[in-house]
Design a protein around this ligand. Structure first.
Ligand SMILES: [Zn+2]
Length: 232
């Protein structure tokens, strides 16, 4: 009975040890697989893990670059490493620790393609100035955002015009192109000067403030439009 019990304990101990050995082998195997990846493969893996940080419109171009980089993986490139993507204003840039004509070509193509691809939707885009920032955007994505920016800027000026007794006067040409349709033609006064044969007109900031409500209503509609597009 006592012996049987010991024998039972021994078997149990032996089983536990055997299981532990299996676990250790499996863990060693997994670790070995990860360690077997060359620095080049590991750096591509790290770039893939950063894809969520890349603007959504640039992700297809980014993924194509990663596929191209994986395709040229070979022992000669094993110790070359790629550095994290840098989201510049102008394009998407990935660095490399050692010059290599094939890798350089893929990364150059990534820079060139992202420089003309809308960051927001992936359509053909161009570099646009938005407030103090630069972004690559297509006309469809840029138009409502640019109009929203100008509306916010002028609403802010209008709000301070009356309290400060502003004497600021805008000529027609000084009002951003995108805002002119919001001001009725009858609101402009002839300034008496002519430019290339056309009668120059102007409007004081205080006169423009009469249309602040219209500016704000259009601004709110644009916010809804942009939010709806972003959620698609
Ligand atoms: Zn776009």
């Amino acid at each position: 009975m006592f012996q049987n019990k010991r024998a039972g304990l021994d078997r149990s101990a032996s089983y536990t040890l055997s299981k532990a050995k299996t676990v250790n082998k499996s863990s060693i195997k997994r670790q070995s697989t990860a360690d077997d990846r060359s620095p080049f493969e590991q750096s591509i893996h790290r770039l893939a893990a950063r894809a969520g940080d890349v603007p959504i419109g640039w992700r297809p171009v980014y993924h194509k670059a990663l596929v191209a980089l994986r395709a040229i993986d070979c022992p000669a490139r094993a110790h070359i490493q790629l550095t994290s993507p840098r989201m510049a204003d102008l394009n998407l840039d990935v660095g490399v620790t050692k010059p290599d004509s094939c890798i350089d070509g893929i990364l150059r193509k990534l820079r060139l393609r992202t420089a003309c691809t809308c960051e927001l939707c992936g359509a053909t885009g161009t570099l646009r100035s938005m407030d103090r920032t630069l972004q690559v955007m297509c006309a469809e994505c840029a138009a409502p955002r640019l109009l929203r920016f100008w509306i916010s800027s002028f609403v802010q000026q209008m709000a301070g015009a009356l309290p400060s007794g502003s004497r600021l006067v805008y000529t027609y040409d000084q009002v951003p192109l995108q805002l002119r349709p919001l001001i009725p033609a009858t609101a402009w006064s002839a300034s008496g000067e002519s430019c290339k044969g056309a009668l120059a007109v102007s409007l004081s900031l205080i006169e423009m403030a009469a249309f602040q409500g219209r500016f704000e209503a259009v601004g709110n509609s644009l916010d809804l439009l942009v939010a709806a597009k972003d959620s698609q």
